[in-house]
Write a protein that binds this ligand. Structure first.
Ligand SMILES: [Zn+2]
Ligand SMILES: [Zn+2]
Length: 789
């Protein structure tokens, strides 16, 4: 029994968390004949502690999954951690204050593996603390052997399907992380920069150009003006001399030169930006690399060789000024492409990179996305927009240390690609030998291992297989396609898109039926970030208010909507939980002598109340079926505070204290049924508190080991007529209460009540209960009024 003021949520949470784990309450049942509901759980990126956004979105998916479990599904809800690749590398570099590129690959991998071993249990604990109901035994890490095998298999399969290409071409490159990056990893950012006007010489005369990137001068190959720009027509066919570097480039006409931008003259360096690369191809201009893979100036840069990009820019501007080539300097803000992981400006660098060729499938991709059930619907636009804006095949090779290796070697003599055998996976080509003695093409005996690693999304996009393949063969078939992919909207273009595309390419079908997309968590409408200093730590919130209260807040936002962290909503959750515990205590006190049997005759009023409950169950169930958990929560919350606490408990108090026989039993039966239903419907939202109450009283009658594996309340056909009478009763009681307040009388003041004829007719069979709750000694027909005695 719960004693008053004995509500220690920390103790309660810990007790049930341990109970759930020990009793394997959330275990996927391998042998069950029940229908399966399978979830492609997002594996959180191991990059520190759980943040408030994850606390919100994982809670939201957990509401849905707990509902499904109570609806009788055999729920497959695995858990994984995404701990391969760049995010983890950067975390390890930061924590250990090292640079991976400055140590050997083996040394660094060991550092990462040791780090993960130590950090992971604590990292995962946050998810357990917030009450996520995964089957923790179905666990994968995206760097473990199992995941490496599947990821490498994916590469081999796509290679055999003709989708993998190794290209030696300019590709997007992050000079900070020193790796090729994919289009999806690039984002726009406004950064402060400098626009400089620089003098070029044409036949000894000045030609002024404006640029933000004078450090690319050593790679200049041409200058362009627009064919409609009369100012420069006379320059056609002439040559311009680039200052500081002994370079002469042709002056050419092209539509892509914008007369409005700067002076209307654009200079082209081979890998400056997209347009530069288009020009290079269109006019067959020479290829010059000013920036190397180490992010430094190449030997083309003369005295600036070896400098970092920004440093070189500064020096070159200084020298232009000194030698009189600089006309104007203007500070500006401009939009550039940056690497989303580190915020560094993206460069185009010519290098050998592996691509997954898929640009030819854009039309198909739109169709595949259209086959999914999107919750909420509008999220599909984000997917469509991403597909329509695709310009690059997927660059999947990263020049990093810690990740899944390519299962690939090259013949030293002829460059032939040698693939690993499927049965040998996973392989590490640096340590393992290729499966052939001689090159099948040239007979060569020496091989070079691929030292790049697969991009982290290449592995996490296999998440359905990473989880399912932990099961036996016959289960694997039943689990795929999965029922649900829950995730946040910021990774639609990363994770959702890539998983979908890979599933189609590998298996010819979509990986899931439904996708449920959650929003971002903001603070006062703003995105939280370290630099703004507006970060809320979920761990601190849980420490102060408890996990259930935090989940209560997460349930207040509609699916897919960005939502604010609101402490008042967490406090509301805390209040709700306390009230639920107190109301339960009252109920159990009055059920002590109850024999658990249904009364022969149910009091009419109790019937009315149960009908109101029936409607709430129906509405909640319907909302949950559409993944609208916030609507469901709101409905139960209102019902609990209003109908249950404010009215029903008050109405039956007298009957339960003083009543006898069936009249009392009827109230006891109704209390039992309604409180149990409220608990069950709240169980997905506040799993700890509801378990506490269930175990304290209901379990001995209900027999289910945990409320979370008990069945969801059932509803019957609605009886609108009955529900209307309940509404009327509430209306009258509320009016009496108002009258008492107005007359400054206590709520238990005796009175004579007069109610309208129509009301009287409807309520004639519940007058005794109405009298009890309003302390009316007499109830008369007529114009509404309360007379105090
Ligand atoms: Zn970077
Ligand atoms: Zn060869």
């Amino acid at each position: 029994m719960i004693k008053k003021n004995q509500f220690d949520f920390r103790a309660i949470e810990e007790k049930w968390r341990k109970f759930w784990e020990k009793e394997k309450i959330y275990k996927f049942n391998h042998k069950s004949k029940k229908k399966i509901y399978s979830v492609d759980t997002p594996p959180p990126t191991v990059s520190g502690k759980m943040h408030i956004g994850s606390a919100g979105s994982y809670s939201q998916q957990d509401f849905i999954i707990r509902f499904k479990r109570m609806r009788g599904f055999n729920v497959f809800y695995p858990f994984g951690t995404d701990d391969n690749g760049l995010p983890t590398e950067r975390l390890v570099e930061k924590r250990k204050n090292i640079k991976s590129k400055e140590m050997s690959r083996e040394e660094f991998i060991k550092l990462c593996t040791d780090f993960l071993k130590k950090e992971l249990p604590g990292f995962i604990q946050d998810w357990k603390n917030i009450g996520i109901s995964c089957d923790w035994d179905i666990y994968y890490s995206t760097i473990d052997e199992h995941s490496r095998r599947i990821s490498q298999w994916s590469f081999l399969d796509l290679y055999k399907k003709g989708r993998m290409e190794r290209r030696d071409a300019p590709a997007m490159y992050c000079p900070e992380c020193k790796t090729g990056v994919a289009q999806v990893e690039v984002e726009d950012k406004e950064i402060p920069s400098e626009f400089v006007d620089v003098i070029l010489k044409v036949d000894g005369k000045d030609l002024v150009i404006s640029t933000t990137r004078p450090e690319l001068f050593p790679a200049s190959v041409a200058v362009f003006y627009n064919p409609n720009d009369k100012r420069y027509k006379h320059l056609k066919g002439k040559k311009a001399k680039i200052p500081l570097f002994d370079i002469e480039v042709p002056i050419l006409e092209d539509e892509r030169a914008d007369p409005e931008k700067g002076t209307g003259i654009a200079y082209c360096a081979t890998f400056g930006d997209q347009t530069d690369m288009e020009w290079q191809k269109a006019y067959n201009l020479p290829i010059k690399e000013a920036i190397g893979r180490d992010g430094r100036m190449t030997s083309l840069a003369g005295k600036y060789t070896g400098m970092q990009i920004k440093e070189a820019r500064k020096e070159i501007i200084n020298d232009l000024k000194k030698q009189g080539f600089l006309v104007k300097q203007k500070k500006i803000m401009h939009l550039v492409n940056v690497h989303e992981r580190c915020g560094t400006e993206i460069e185009f660098v010519k290098s050998k990179q592996w691509f997954l060729r898929y640009l030819d499938l854009k039309k198909k991709m739109l169709e595949w996305g259209g086959e999914l059930n999107w919750y909420p619907k509008f999220m599909k636009h984000r997917y469509d927009n991403w597909v329509k804006g695709l310009q690059w095949d997927w660059l999947i090779s990263n020049q990093r240390h810690f990740g899944v290796s390519f299962p690939v070697w090259y013949c030293k003599k002829c460059g032939e690609v040698i693939l690993a055998k499927e049965k040998d996976l996973p392989v590490d080509p640096v340590k393992d030998k290729p499966p052939v003695k001689n090159c099948p093409k040239c007979g060569g005996k020496e091989f070079i291992p691929e030292t790049d690693v697969l991009n982290t999304w290449f592995t996490s996009s296999m998440s359905p297989q990473l989880a399912i393949k932990l099961m036996n063969k016959s289960l694997q078939k039943k689990l795929f396609p999965m029922n649900l992919r829950p995730q946040a909207h910021d990774i639609i273009s990363f994770w959702l898109f890539n998983t979908l595309v890979k599933s189609r390419l590998h298996f010819g079908k979509n990986p899931w039926k439904d996708v449920v997309i959650s929003g971002f968590v903001t603070l006062k409408g703003e995105k939280m970030s370290k630099s703004k200093g507006n970060i809320i730590q979920p761990q601190e919130v849980m420490e102060k208010y408890g996990a259930d209260a935090l989940r209560f807040w997460a349930a207040s936002s509609k699916l897919g909507k960005d939502f604010d962290y609101q402490e008042k909503e967490v406090i509301a959750g805390k209040k709700f939980i306390t009230k639920l515990l107190n109301a339960s205590r009252f109920v159990f006190m009055n059920l002590k002598d109850w024999d658990g049997k249904k009364p022969e005759k149910l009091e009419l009023l109790d019937g009315l109340f149960l009908e109101r409950l029936n409607k709430v169950v129906k509405n909640c169930t319907t909302s949950f079926e559409k993944y609208e958990y916030s609507k469901a929560k709101q409905e139960i919350e209102l019902f609990f505070w209003n109908d249950f606490c404010d009215y029903y408990l008050e109405i039956i108090k007298k009957r339960i204290y003083q009543g006898k026989g069936d009249k009392r039993k009827s109230a006891q039966h109704t209390l039992y049924q309604s409180l149990l239903a409220i608990l069950k419907m709240m169980a997905p939202f506040t799993p700890f508190t509801t378990e506490e109450i269930y175990q304290n009283y209901f379990r001995k009658y209900e027999k289910d080991k945990s409320i979370h594996v008990s069945s969801w309340p059932k509803y019957e056909k609605l009886r609108e007529d009955k529900e209307k009478v309940w509404e009327k009763l509430i209306e009258v009681i509320s009016k009496v209460r108002q009258a008492k307040t107005k007359a400054k009388k206590p709520m238990n003041a005796d009175c004579i009540l007069t109610i309208d004829k129509i009301h009287y007719k409807d309520l004639k069979n519940v007058l005794e209960d109405l009298g009890n709750v309003t302390n009316a000694k007499e109830i008369k027909k007529g114009k509404f009024g309360v007379k105090f005695l």
